[in-house]
Each structure stands twice: as C-alpha cells, then as structure tokens.
Design a protein around this ligand. Structure first.
Ligand SMILES: [Zn+2]
Length: 342
C-alpha cells in the first residue's frame, strides 16, 4: 500500500466507512510491481513434480526432456514436448532471470493445454497436428536467483565473469540473448559488468549450446521467445528479426505476429499489443539466430505491461499474472489455428 493510501485509510478509520471502501478499491489498483514475487509465479522446484503429475495424467501427450545443463551451477534445462503432431513450435519462456512472467506462461501452457486436449475439439486437433516444445526457462540460474527473492533485477546467467570466485548478483554473468552466434561480432556489449554483456565468445554459454543443438535437431515451423522489459516503452510489443530487405517468408511472419498482437489486450491501458515494424537490433539474439541461421520464423513477445503512469510492470500481482497468461494462451491458440489454415 502506498504512503498516501495508508494515511487516507487512517483518516477513514475515524468514521467514514463508505469512503473507506471506495479508497480501498482504488488502492487495490493492480499496476504496480511486487517483489518478493507473488505466489502465482512457479518456482524452479515446482517444475519436475508438475511435469511428472501431468505426464501420468495424460500418457503419450507430454514428454519431459532435459536438453542440457548450466555451466556454473550445473542446473538442468528442461523442455516439455506437448502434443502428438509432426509440425514443431518452439516456445521459450525465459532468457533473462528477472523476466518471470514468461515462465508463468510456459507453465500455464503445458498445464492448461494438456487438460483442454481432452475437452476441446479445437485444442485436440491442434495438438494432433503440432507439437509444442516448451522450455520454461533457458536461464535456470537467473530464474533460481529471482525466484529465491535475492534480487529483482537479475538478467544474466551466473558465470563468474570477473573471476573473483563468488557470485556478484549485480554484475556477474552473460546476457544469454546476446550470446547466439549471429551478428555477435558486431555487438558492442563487451563490458563484462554490463547487464547486456555478450560473453567471451559466440555461443560460449552452455545454455545457448543446448538450445542451438535442439534447434538443429528439430525442424521448427516457428519459434517464440517471451520476455518482459523493465522499461515501459518496449512492453506489450512484438519484435521480429533484423532484416535488411524483407522477403516473402518475413512478410508471412509479420502477418502472423500482427495477428497475435491484435489478439492480446494491453494490461492497464486501452487497445492491444502492437507489432514493432521498424528495424530491430543486429545482435546475437535468439530471434536473429533462429531466423538467419536456422531459417525458422521467430518472434520475441514482450509480455510485461505498461501502467497508467507509463511505468513498466514486469512483476505484477497474482490476479494480473493469471489474467496475462490466460490472454496469451488464447492468442497463441488462435495463432496456431491460423497456421493450420494458411
Ligand atoms: Zn528479456
């Protein structure tokens, strides 16, 4: 509760109950960041029990895989194959440690869609044609730190970049979404203290090696990377790979991304998500790598909100987390349906 609300509430307690009720309703405005994280965010230790439970309940529909391990803490990188189809879609919930909304969405997708598979003809047909490869977190070290409420701003993995033998939460690590082996050499993020540090070499990080191996093994029709931006200006926006001359496949990707954007209402303001149509960063990020190196259409979706004051909300309350992940699940199902029809 804000200081203003607390003071006003004290005044109300001296005898104006109706006013107090109205005031409390306004103080419950959802457009704020909450840290420690609200309980709706899944924790790393929830993943395997949840997967085991779902795999037992839906035999043959979900397969749990470990696609690699992190270098510093040797944490497993989990992937869930959901569906029985021949066409593959990659969904990565998290590259950056503090961007936990995408992890919550990943959990929602494999939990909800596996239930809906048995109840709804549309979802049944979709998952018979497609298989979703859901990687809740490609950055289990960052996820661990932020989930343990050690810091709200951990972006990178936990590589000991300054070599002092301990984890410096604010500065250590490599930005995994700058470490892919495409455009890496022209990225200027060489300062190992920077939150955007691209790493000592292209694909130096084991997390990135694991996802590249998966990308080379499986033929994907589409790759989606969820993020949340700490600055309000970038949220509720879809970003595509950097291209000099858009070709036919890029225009088709653009249409698909536009369709997704139009199907997600913004969290706190009127209107829907938008597709960023101007040029995007030429750095070693996932969308550039999948599109340019693997020829997989790829998009980044910034699912943090922007509140009425223009502030970025990336750690919303329980109520908002549930609303946001539901909306994205709906939009994703609609978009995959559209892929079937094209
Ligand atoms: Zn991010």
């Amino acid at each position: 509760m804000s200081e203003f609300c607390a003071i006003m509430l004290k005044l109300c307690c001296s005898g104006i109950p109706l006013f107090a009720l109205i005031l409390l309703a306004s103080c419950a405005y959802q457009g704020v960041n909450e840290y420690p994280l609200a309980s709706a965010y899944p924790a790393p230790q929830d993943l395997v029990p949840k997967m085991n439970e779902l795999a037992a309940r839906h035999p043959g529909l979900l397969v749990h895989r470990i696609i690699g391990f992190t270098a510093t803490e040797n944490l497993p990188i989990h992937a869930i194959e959901l569906g029985k189809g021949q066409r593959n879609i990659l969904i990565i919930g998290q590259h950056h440690g503090d961007e936990v909304l995408g992890v919550a969405l990943a959990f929602q997708l494999f939990e909800s869609l596996s239930e809906r598979y048995h109840k709804e003809a549309q979802v049944h047909e979709l998952l018979n044609e497609f298989k979703l490869w859901i990687v809740p977190s490609l950055n289990p070290e960052g996820w661990r730190v932020v989930s343990a409420n050690l810091t709200r701003t951990k972006r990178k993995n936990n590589r000991d970049t300054d070599g002092n033998g301990k984890l410096d939460l604010r500065t250590d690590g490599v930005d995994l979404n700058r470490n892919y082996p495409v455009f890496w050499d022209i990225d200027i993020a060489t300062d190992h203290l920077s939150p955007f540090y691209k790493g000592p070499q292209p694909a130096s990080e084991k997390e990135i090696q694991a996802i590249i191996a998966l990308g080379r093994k499986v033929s994907f029709d589409l790759a989606i990377f969820y993020h949340s931006s700490r600055t309000g200006a970038l949220n509720e926006t879809i970003f595509l790979p950097a291209v000099d001359e858009p070709k036919e496949d890029f225009l088709a990707l653009q249409d698909l991304a536009e369709f997704y954007a139009q199907n997600v209402p913004r969290d706190y303001l009127p209107g829907t998500y938008t597709l960023h149509k101007n040029s995007t960063s030429k750095v070693g990020n996932a969308r550039n790598f999948f599109y340019h190196s693997l020829e997989v259409p790829a998009m980044l979706i910034e699912i943090g909100g922007i509140n009425k004051e223009g502030k970025s909300i990336i750690h919303p309350s329980n109520k908002m987390v549930k609303r946001i992940v539901n909306r994205h699940e709906k939009a994703l199902v609609k978009m995959i349906q559209r892929m079937r029809e094209l």
